[in-house]
Design a protein around this ligand. Structure first.
Ligand SMILES: Nc1ncnc2c1ncn2[C@@H]1O[C@H](COP(=O)(O)OP(=O)(O)OP(=O)(O)O)[C@@H](O)[C@H]1O
Length: 605
């Protein structure tokens, strides 16, 4: 898979130039930022009721806190006036307990909502990823995609719990405290605000840097996932090549990069956080000085100065929360940008319908097909035309790189040709609903992938509704019965990551059985016999002949055994069809086929 990420602000990605739309813009551009905000708001929309409830509860908790200094003042006044302290102390205690209980409930409601948001973001992202066009996924790194689903989405939780809600409730508390302070002493308030405004301006300069650093940190985590994925995908090759040290070094390098970016975020967040704390301390010193002078001049009561100072201390928490909330919103905006990059990639159409396509053999016609994998890529198909009649066996042969597998990719509409038409049963495949088209096809890829899970899960993967009798019929056909009887748990045996517990030949037969269980109208086998031993290959040839009697089989073959029995052989070379005929006709009439037969097909020249 080409090494391409969609990141665009660190210089690590290289796909930006290939894409169009707002995803191409650099972080910090006004357009993407508003789009990120819109997406952030879109996530919250289904949860707005809960957000309001959680926010209201948190606010109520804060209100109880806001009453605290005033209640403390009543305790002090009662003390000074030598009244009973019982009432004021009970009031203070009740406010503390009530505030704590309501605050905790609000917190729970918001955290719950946060988990809900992460869940819907993940579900949406996975939904989008699996519907992306193959050509888009070709350009992505699986490890980076994984980190977007697992790690970036978690940042959204904090945006709405501590981020937005704490920002709003902190603002509320801030305003409340300021009003109370204004009621106590206007001059002291002015001093306090003066200090806060200066520090606030400084913090607001830091915020965009936090967003950028957070974006880079997430990109670095994605990059680390990509490097790790590369190693794990080729674990045996890494060991066999003695490349452990080098690969450990490259994963460590990616991890170091992630750490450095994370440290940069932490550094900026600490500066912002400490600024809030310093501003409160500065304001405290200033208020203490001026307030003390006003008390000694008799302009202010001691209890008022104490209440004012309590409000000032009370401000420390909301200011800190405000800064933290802003920081988390910045992180969330960066995460949303990375999520949005995936959501903006072109996806395949999906109508959600289930198509009954029957089992009648399908006929295929390629007419003047021109295709390349990208504008900057070489031509793969250059005016390719051939016909696959309904029913029977048609083989595609030709040198490596001739464009044979690409024929299958175009039939599955993984890619779109630049010119020409492909028809199935006389109908242009571009006009078929994608799900209907693919329901007609059974596809065995070149490397016959087997997925982690049980053997049964693998067999019914393309046709979940098949019954037990169908499974055993196909197992018999593909000579997998022996394997199943040997496995400790039969069909329920787990085959391991990428089917690692099966042999290459077994994996291929499982892939073929999977495709057959789909009862395809057109079976596409890509070099399906290349890893089978002589006995099994003979069996499979029989199976192919049996299947070809019922449906259309198009096989990319490298073996004489498959090709010799084909009703029609299409010889491809350098993106063109150079000859069509039976084995004997081609042996007699096509030099390339004769040469292929002599080498790949093990024929005497
Ligand atoms: N996803 C892709 N992106 C870019 N180029 C590709 C992609 N897949 C194949 N190609 C290129 O297209 C050309 C044709 O590939 P294709 O797999 O169709 O050949 P083939 O005839 O099936 O070869 P082989 O017999 O070796 O499998 C090759 O040059 C290959 O490098």
């Amino acid at each position: 898979m080409p090494g391409v990420t969609l990141t665009d602000d660190t210089g690590q990605g290289d796909a930006g130039s290939e894409r169009t739309g707002p995803g191409d813009a650099e972080p910090g551009d006004p357009v993407p930022e508003t789009a990120s905000w819109r997406l952030l708001v879109a996530y919250i929309r289904p949860h707005r009721g809960v957000l309001l409830l959680g926010g209201a509860l948190s606010l109520l908790g804060s209100l109880a806190g806001l009453a605290m200094p005033l209640l403390a003042k009543t305790v002090i006044d009662a003390f000074g006036e030598q009244r009973s302290l019982l009432g004021p102390v009970l009031g203070l205690t009740a406010a503390v307990l009530l505030g704590a209980a309501i605050g905790a409930l609000g917190n729970y409601v918001l955290e719950r909502m946060g988990e809900g948001i992460v869940f819907s973001a993940r579900r949406g992202l996975v939904d989008r990823m699996l519907r992306l066009r193959v050509s888009e996924v070709d350009r992505l790194k699986p490890g980076d995609l994984m980190s977007r689903v697992t790690s970036d989405t978690t940042l959204l939780r904090a945006v709405f719990t501590s981020g937005v809600v704490e920002t709003v409730s902190s603002l509320f508390m801030l305003v409340g405290a300021v009003v109370m302070m204004a009621l106590i002493d206007g001059l002291l308030l002015l001093i306090t605000l003066g200090v806060l405004v200066v520090v606030g301006g400084f913090v607001s300069l830091i915020m965009p840097r936090i967003r950028r650093a957070s974006m880079q940190a997430q990109v670095a985590v994605g990059e680390m996932g990509a490097v790790l994925d590369r190693v794990l995908q080729a674990f045996r090759t890494v060991k066999a090549s003695g490349a452990e040290e080098r690969e450990i070094a490259s994963v460590s390098e990616a991890a170091r990069e992630a750490r450095d970016r994370g440290v940069a975020v932490a550094w900026l967040a600490s500066i912002a956080g400490v600024s809030a704390w310093v501003s409160a301390q500065l304001a405290f010193v200033a208020v203490l000085g001026v307030g003390g002078a006003r008390v000694s001049s008799g302009a202010l009561e001691v209890s008022s100065l104490i209440a004012f100072l309590l409000y000032l201390f009370y401000l420390v928490a909301p200011i800190g929360q405000l800064v933290q909330g802003f920081t988390q919103v910045q992180n969330g905006l960066a995460a949303v940008k990375r999520i949005r990059e995936i959501e903006e990639l072109p996806a395949e159409e999906a109508d959600g319908a289930v198509y009954e396509v029957g089992t009648a053999p399908a006929g295929v016609v390629f007419e003047g097909i021109a295709f390349r994998y990208g504008d900057d890529r070489p031509v793969v198909h250059d005016d390719v035309s051939f016909e696959v009649p309904a029913g029977g066996l048609t083989a595609l042969v030709g040198p490596s790189g001739a464009g044979k597998s690409t024929v299958f990719a175009l039939l599955e509409r993984f890619y779109e040709q630049q010119a020409g038409t492909i028809t199935i049963d006389g109908r242009d495949i571009a006009d078929w609903p994608l799900a209907e088209l693919r329901a007609c096809l059974g596809y065995v890829e070149q490397d016959a992938p087997v997925l982690d899970g049980t053997l049964r899960e693998n067999l019914v993967f393309a046709a979940p509704g098949v019954d037990e009798a169908d499974i055993w019929r196909v197992l018999a056909r593909t000579r997998l019965e022996d394997l199943v009887s040997r496995l400790p748990e039969g069909l329920e045996t787990r085959v391991g990551h990428r089917g690692i517990m099966l042999s290459g030949g077994e994996r291929q037969r499982v892939a073929i059985a999977r495709a057959l269980l789909r009862s395809p109208r057109l079976l596409l086998l890509d070099e399906a016999t290349s890893q089978l031993d002589a006995v099994n290959e003979l069996r499979l040839r029989e199976v192919i002949a049996e299947v070809a009697a019922e449906t259309t089989v198009l096989v990319i073959a490298h073996r004489l055994s498959t090709v010799a029995g084909a009703d029609r052989i299409v010889v491809m070379e350098a993106g063109r069809v150079r000859a069509v005929g039976t084995h004997d006709e081609l042996l007699a009439g096509d030099p390339l086929y004769r040469e292929l037969a002599a080498t790949q097909f093990l024929l005497p020249t």
